[in-house]
Design a protein around this ligand. Structure first.
Ligand code: BF8
Ligand code: SF4
Length: 644
């Protein structure tokens, strides 16, 4: 297949061609080898939960051996995907909580609590006494409470109290306010095991509860604690795409998700001794770049360049310029091992829970993290001499990263009156029609980055402010959409005016996948600020992921939906089509309960229309599309008043 059909990213196309010429395989080639893929799996109608199976639903067999019908099977599979997605984000969150706690107690000497303002806010929220206590003492209490959220024996997730009251009441009424994260994951697995929960509606209610334990629990805690530990992101410049790799420096890629490792590597790369060692082997410096969500974490906080997103991970190695790739957890393709073997690249796993057969493992531990990071950098320096031919694509784009909830608040309102008021006002007056979150992955079934960026373009053109996370952020960055200079020209007049006044691009880079919780917090603030209804479900806001690969993306989608939002997904990427009842519930029925719902659409232009129609219907319901009749004073009115 033509490289241009595989990716719209020019650098990726170049590397895809190079790999093809050299006879090396990547995810697209392996997808080709898998075709045609199993139609039962696509529709979610195969079950291998017990050994009477595997069973699949067909014209011939309308039930599994146990009698499970198609609705039960599809719903159970959906629930299991969500439980897995929740477990991934939340295990990440737990690791952060552990390092946070160790830092507070002085047991992790290489980490610091960087944002004490946020720590105090969090402490207040969690009921931790701050008066007369040291930062360390406060942090220890916050850390204990946060860690307990994963496994506490009773009570519900504390972060759910951030949600608007009517939203909390909906969850209470439906009895889906999430309890401990571990409990929700465990119960999901239990309920979806053979012979337990066999009412698809009940199964799907648990899917909502488990997903909420992610969005308003594990993932939200991951973001909050990471901000305190590593600093809350504020806008800063960065660069994205393979052109960030250097021909004359030692290139190190950090890949995966937990900033626990990458933060240390980023810090160690500035060590004078190591820089001198690099110079000794003829390298002009040590260049750290990221792929996937770890990359987003580093860009957000330090402006460290991003080499690519999910589908770029193998391609960056094919540049021949990577001395070392350190990976931790999630979205790390085993295929990396074969590509790395074709080059001098040293692939190293660092998380004990994420090893790869045949790959060197250097375990990172909180007590000795910096030392380990330095060791890894030394391995990279020693490997510099083994470089062969190098072929680095030139492509890179400038981006502005670092849009946390706090920084958006600050940008909108200013230091002394940080506030979402200007955003709400501009939504009410119609300059901005609404807000859309474009999130998630890149999938070889879809031309890489195509849907994310087309959707983003379509939306900003129609005055919808776009917030991005995960690999979608990187996709938008690569196409110049996170650069105010290039992207503002693509925005509609209203959005452009607001963005120019505030000094932000029309596509905001909000971080990694766990940082989708920043979008939830922003929604809460929009409600709290007033004028846009009493609940998240009333907001002219939607989410989309048309290139999803991951169970995590499904968990995110479900917690957005259960929080009251519309979520549009790539059609073949939501494996529920085998059950008309499950589809009907998730596309429509769920809206009556939660106010949010799923939709599927693979064409990004049509997806933009779906989102826009949703936004306009919310605006109609709020009465703000009648702003002309009940007009608020605009600048022209104020000027007229002043003249009188
Ligand atoms: O958590 S966006 S491919 S890297 S799953 Fe993975 Fe998807 Fe990328 Fe980050 Ni999120
Ligand atoms: Fe088949 Fe039922 Fe066992 Fe699933 S649980 S594999 S449908 S017998």
């Amino acid at each position: 297949m033509e490289p241009s059909k595989r990716s719209i990213d020019k650098a990726a196309q170049e590397m895809i061609s190079r790999m093809a010429k050299l006879g090396q395989q990547n995810a697209w080639d392996r997808l080709d080898a898998q075709l045609p893929q199993c139609g039962f799996g696509k529709q979610g109608i195969c079950c291998r939960i017990c050994s009477m199976g595997p069973c699949r639903i067909s014209k011939k067999a309308s039930a599994g051996v146990c009698g499970a019908d198609v609705d039960t099977i599809v719903a159970r599979n959906f629930l299991r995907m969500i439980a897995a997605g929740v477990s991934a984000h939340s295990d990440h969150g737990r690791t952060v909580a552990e390092v946070f706690l160790a830092t507070a107690k002085g047991d992790a000497p290489d980490y610091r609590l960087k944002d004490t303002t946020k720590l105090h806010k969090l402490a207040k929220e969690l009921g931790v006494q701050t008066a007369g206590r040291s930062t360390q003492e406060i942090a220890a209490d916050v850390g204990e409470i946060a860690r307990a959220e994963f496994g506490k024996p009773e009570g519900t997730q504390l972060m759910t109290r951030r949600a608007p009251k009517p939203r909390q009441e909906i969850w209470q009424k439906l009895r889906v306010t999430p309890r401990a994260v571990d409990r929700e994951v465990t119960e999901s697995l239990h309920r979806s095991t053979m012979g337990v929960d066999q009412d698809f509606r009940n199964v799907l209610l648990q899917a909502s509860r488990a997903a909420l334990a992610d969005g308003w629990g594990g993932a939200m805690l991951a973001t909050e604690l990471q901000d305190v530990l590593f600093g809350t992101p504020y806008p800063g410049r960065g660069e994205v795409n393979m052109g960030v790799l250097k021909t004359d420096e030692v290139n190190i890629i950090v890949h995966g998700h937990e900033p626990i490792l990458s933060e240390m590597i980023a810090a160690a790369a500035q060590d004078k001794e190591l820089l001198a060692e690099a110079a000794k082997v003829g390298a002009k410096g040590i260049n750290v770049a990221g792929t996937c969500c770890t990359a987003n974490e580093l860009l957000m906080r330090h402006g460290i360049p991003i080499a690519g997103n999910f589908l770029n991970q193998e391609l960056v190695i094919a540049t021949g310029a990577i001395e070392l790739m350190a990976v931790d957890v999630q979205c790390v393709m085993q295929g990396l091992t074969e590509v790395a073997k074709c080059y001098h690249t040293k692939l190293v796993t660092t998380a004990d829970k994420g090893r790869i057969a045949g790959v060197e493992h250097v375990s990172i531990e909180e007590k000795t993290a910096l030392k380990t990071a330095k060791e890894l950098i030394r391995m990279a320096i020693a490997n510099f001499k083994n470089r062969g031919e190098v072929d680095i694509p030139k492509d890179k784009e400038k981006v502005v990263g670092g849009f946390s909830f706090e920084s958006i608040n600050y940008m909108l309102g200013g230091r002394f009156r940080a506030s979402f008021r200007p955003l709400n006002d501009n939504i009410i007056n119609g300059r901005i029609r609404g807000v859309a979150g474009i999130v998630g992955c890149t999938n070889p079934k879809v031309p890489q980055d195509f849907t994310h960026t087309t959707l983003a373009r379509e939306l900003i053109k129609r005055d919808v402010l776009v917030l991005t996370t995960g690999c979608a952020t990187i996709a938008c960055g690569k196409q110049g959409l996170a650069n105010p200079r290039t992207a503002l020209d693509l925005a509609g007049p209203g959005l452009r005016e607001v963005c120019e006044a505030v000094g932000i691009p029309p596509v905001l880079t909000c971080g990694s996948c766990v940082d989708n919780t920043r979008l939830l917090v922003s929604c809460c603030e929009m409600v709290r600020e007033g004028g846009l209804g009493e609940d998240i479900s009333e907001l002219p806001v939607a989410g989309a992921c048309l290139e999803s690969i991951s169970e995590k993306a499904i968990a995110i989608g479900q917690y957005f939906v259960a929080s009251g939002l519309l979520v549009v997904f790539g059609e073949e990427l939501l494996p529920i089509s085998g059950s008309a009842n499950v589809s009907e519930y998730l596309f429509r029925g769920i809206e009556k309960e939660f106010g949010g719902h799923w939709a599927v659409e693979s064409d990004p232009v049509k997806a933009a229309e779906t989102i826009l129609a949703h936004i306009e219907s919310k605006r109609d319901a709020l009465g703000i599309n009648k702003a002309k009749e009940r007009k608020l004073y605009d600048m022209a009115d104020r000027r007229a008043l002043a003249v009188e």
